[in-house]
Design a protein around this ligand. Structure first.
Ligand SMILES: CC(=O)N[C@H]1[C@@H](OP(=O)(O)OP(=O)(O)OC[C@H]2O[C@@H](n3ccc(=O)[nH]c3=O)[C@H](O)[C@@H]2O)O[C@H](CO)[C@@H](O)[C@@H]1O[C@H](C)C(=O)N[C@@H](C)C(=O)N[C@H](CCC(=O)O)C(=O)O
Ligand SMILES: Nc1ncnc2c1ncn2[C@@H]1O[C@H](COP(=O)(O)OP(=O)(O)OP(=O)(O)O)[C@@H](O)[C@H]1O
Ligand SMILES: N[C@H](CCC[C@H](N)C(=O)O)C(=O)O
Ligand SMILES: [Mg+2]
Length: 487
C-alpha cells in the first residue's frame, strides 16, 4: 500500500496541509464510492462540481483530499493537497498508485473519429495470433488475453484504466491496444501513461456538443500526439488533411499511411466486394475479409503499427488476411430470399457516408438499399439533419427512427433529423419512432436481393431511454423479422 508522499512527486502541489506520510488504500473521484483510507479527488465536471462532495467523502472515511479550492473548516484528521488541476493530479497519482503498469507493457493508443474500435480489435486479434499475451481496451469490451471484461466507456477513467493495465501486467501481457477518445484526452484520463505508439485514423464531424468547435475537437486529438515520448511512434493517416497537424509538435518518431498519397505504409485497392478487400501492399497482393475502402485504411494502420512494433511484414499480412472485424461493424446476415441485413455502428455523418458508399460500390443495379437510422439523445445534435440527408442521398428508401434517446424526447430528435431531408427525398423517407417497428418496416419493404442497412447501434445490446437500458439488439431483430416474414 503506497504512502501519499510516494505518489505525489509528479504533481505540482500548490499547498499541502497535513502529513504526507499517510498510507493510501485506494483512490476515488466519486463520494458515493468513498471508503475509509481512500484519497478523494474533487473534480469539476459537466454536471456537478466534486468540491461540493468533499465533506461527504470525509464523512465516509477519506483521509486525503485532493482539490483545486480548499474547503472551509479544515479537519485536523485529514491531509489536504491543493493542486491546479485535480483531474491531472488524479491521473498522475493513479499511475503511481498502480506502480506504472503502462511502463511494463507496449501500450499503443488509437485516436480519431472513426475506426478506433476496429483498429484496436484487429491489433489485439493479430498479436494474440502472433503468440503474444495482450490486452485491449475498447468501446465494445475490455480484454485480458481471452478474458472479456465489460466496458462502460471507450476510454476508462484514470483509476479504472491503470487498474486494468496492472491486471494485464499480472497476466503476463506484453502489449495493450487501447482506444483514446477525445473526451479522455480533455479529461486527463490518459495523462501520465507511457505509450509505445499512437495511431490517428481520421477526424470528421462528431462530439460538437462537448468540444463546441471543430478546432477544439482537433486540438483535443492533437493532445495525444503531443504527449507521446521520443521512443514512441506516431502513425497517422496522411490522406486525412489533419494527419500532418497531429505530427506537428510530437517528440515521437513520425510515420504515415495512405491510400492516395505516397507514404511509408501504402496500399492500392485491387478489388472491393461483399467478399472482402483485395489489396496490394508493399508489392504483395492479399485478400482480406474486411469490407469497404474505410477498412483498407484500418488494415494499413494496423499493419504499420505492427511493423513499427518490430513484427515481420509477411507474418503480419498473413494473419491480418484471416481476421474479421469487431462486433457490429459491417456485421451482416443474408436471408433465405437473399436479402442482406447489415448492422453497422455508423453514428457519425462520415461513418454513415462511408458505409453507404461501400454498399453502393458492392451492390448490383437491381438491388435496392433500404437504410434505417437514428441519432442518439444528449449527444451532438448538429449531426442529426446531416445524417438524415446522407441516408437519403445514398439510399433508395430510408426509415428514420430512434437510436438511444437517453433523456431527450425521441420525436424531437426525429424532427431535427427530418430538417435535413430535401423535398426531393420526401417520397422515399418514412419516420417511425419505435426502432423495432422501423426495422420491421424496412424488412417488409425489402424484396429479393435488396440490402438493408441498420445503422448507429452496432454491437449495442440495449436501447437507453431515460436512464434505463432496455434489451435491444439490431442484429437479432433483423434475423427475427426475416424469419417471421418468411423472407
Ligand atoms: C461528459 C463526460 O465525458 N462525462 C464524464 C465525466 O463526468 P462529469 O465530468 O460529467 O461528472 P459530473 O457528474 O459533472 O460530476 C463531477 C464530479 O463530481 C463527482 N460526484 C458527483 C456526484 C456525487 O454525488 N458525488 C461526487 O463525488 C463525480 O464523480 C465527478 O468526479 O467523468 C466521469 C468519470 O470519468 C465519466 O463517467 C463521465 O462520462 C459520462 C458518463 C459520459 O457519458 N461520457 C461520454 C460522453 C464519453 O466519455 N464518451 C467517450 C467516447 C466518445 C467517442 O465515441 O469518441 C468515452 O471515452 O467513452
Ligand atoms: N477508418 C474509418 N474511416 C471512416 N469510417 C470508419 C472507419 N472505420 C470504421 N468506420 C465506420 O465507423 C463506424 C464505427 O467504427 P469504430 O467502432 O471502429 O469507430 P470508433 O472510432 O471506435 O467509434 P467510437 O468513437 O464510437 O468509439 C463503423 O461501423 C464504420 O461504419
Ligand atoms: N461513443 C459514441 C457512441 C454513440 C452510439 C450511438 N448509438 C448513440 O447512442 O449516440 C458517443 O458517445 O457518442
Ligand atoms: Mg470505439
Amino acid at each position: 500500500m503506497p504512502f501519499l508522499e510516494n505518489i505525489l512527486a509528479p504533481v505540482s502541489v500548490v499547498r499541502l496541509i497535513g502529513p504526507s506520510d499517510v498510507a493510501i488504500q485506494g483512490l476515488t473521484f466519486d463520494s458515493r464510492q468513498a471508503t475509509s483510507g481512500k484519497a478523494f479527488f474533487a473534480i469539476r465536471g459537466v454536471q456537478a462540481d466534486g468540491h461540493a462532495f468533499i465533506f461527504k467523502a470525509i464523512e465516509a472515511g477519506c483521509s486525503v483530499i485532493i482539490c483545486e479550492i480548499l474547503p472551509e473548516g479544515l479537519s485536523s484528521q485529514v491531509t489536504y493537497v491543493q493542486v491546479n488541476d485535480s483531474a491531472e493530479a488524479l491521473a498522475l497519482m493513479a499511475a503511481g498508485f498502480y506502480d506504472h503498469p503502462s511502463k511494463k507493457l507496449k501500450l499503443v493508443g488509437v485516436t480519431g473519429t472513426n475506426g478506433k474500435t476496429t483498429c484496436v480489435t484487429l491489433l489485439h486479434k493479430l498479436f494474440r495470433e502472433l503468440g503474444y499475451n495482450a490486452g485491449m481496451l475498447s468501446t465494445v469490451q475490455n480484454q485480458i488475453n481471452e478474458t472479456v471484461l465489460p466496458a462502460s466507456h471507450t476510454t476508462p477513467d484514470a483509476i479504472t484504466l491503470n487498474a486494468l493495465l496492472q491486471q494485464m501486467v499480472e497476466a503476463g501481457c506484453t502489449h495493450c491496444f487501447m482506444e483514446v477518445s477525445s473526451h479522455a484526452l480533455v479529461q486527463h484520463r490518459v495523462t501520465g501513461l507511457t505509450f509505445a505508439g499512437g495511431i490517428f485514423t481520421n477526424i470528421t464531424h462528431d462530439h460538437l456538443d462537448y468540444h463546441k468547435t471543430f478546432d477544439e475537437y482537433i486540438r483535443a486529438k492533437k493532445l495525444f500526439f503531443d504527449m507521446l515520448p521520443a521512443k514512441a511512434f506516431a502513425l497517422v493517416n496522411a490522406d486525412d488533411k489533419r494527419g500532418a497537424v497531429m505530427l506537428q509538435n510530437t517528440k515521437a518518431s513520425t510515420h504515415e499511411y495512405a491510400l492516395r498519397k505516397a507514404t511509408e505504409f501504402k496500399a492500392r485497392i485491387v478489388d472491393n466486394s461483399i467478399q472482402g478487400l483485395h489489396l496490394e501492399i508493399d508489392g504483395n497482393e492479399i485478400w482480406f475479409k474486411l469490407i469497404g475502402t474505410f477498412n483498407a485504411y484500418n488494415i494499413l494502420a494496423v499493419y504499420g503499427a505492427a511493423v513499427l512494433l518490430g513484427e515481420d511484414t509477411h507474418e503480419v499480412l498473413t494473419v491480418l488476411s484471416s481476421l474479421t472485424s469487431a462486433a457490429g461493424r459491417f456485421d451482416y446476415v443474408v436471408s433465405d430470399s437473399n436479402i442482406t441485413g447489415i448492422v453497422d455502428y455508423a453514428h457519425t455523418p462520415d461513418a454513415l457516408e462511408n458505409v453507404l458508399q461501400t454498399i453502393q460500390q458492392i451492390r448490383t443495379p437491381s438491388q435496392q438499399i433500404i437504410t434505417v437510422v437514428g441519432c442518439g439523445g444528449n449527444r451532438d445534435a448538429t449531426k442529426r439533419p446531416i445524417m438524415a440527408d446522407i441516408a437519403c442521398k445514398l439510399s433508395d428508401r430510408v426509415v428514420l427512427t430512434s437510436d438511444n434517446p437517453r433523456f431527450e424526447d425521441p420525436q424531437e430528435i426525429l424532427n431535427q433529423m427530418q430538417q435535413g431531408v430535401k423535398p426531393v427525398d420526401f417520397k422515399k423517407t418514412l419516420s417511425i419512432v419505435d426502432r423495432k417497428e422501423a426495422i420491421k418496416t424496412a424488412c417488409a419493404l425489402a424484396e429479393r436481393g435488396d440490402i438493408i442497412l441498420v445503422a448507429g447501434k452496432g454491437h449495442e445490446t440495449y436501447q437507453e431511454v431515460k436512464g434505463v437500458k432496455y434489451d435491444f439488439d439490431d442484429k437479432k431483430i433483423v434475423k427475427t423479422m426475416f424469419a417471421l416474414m418468411g423472407k
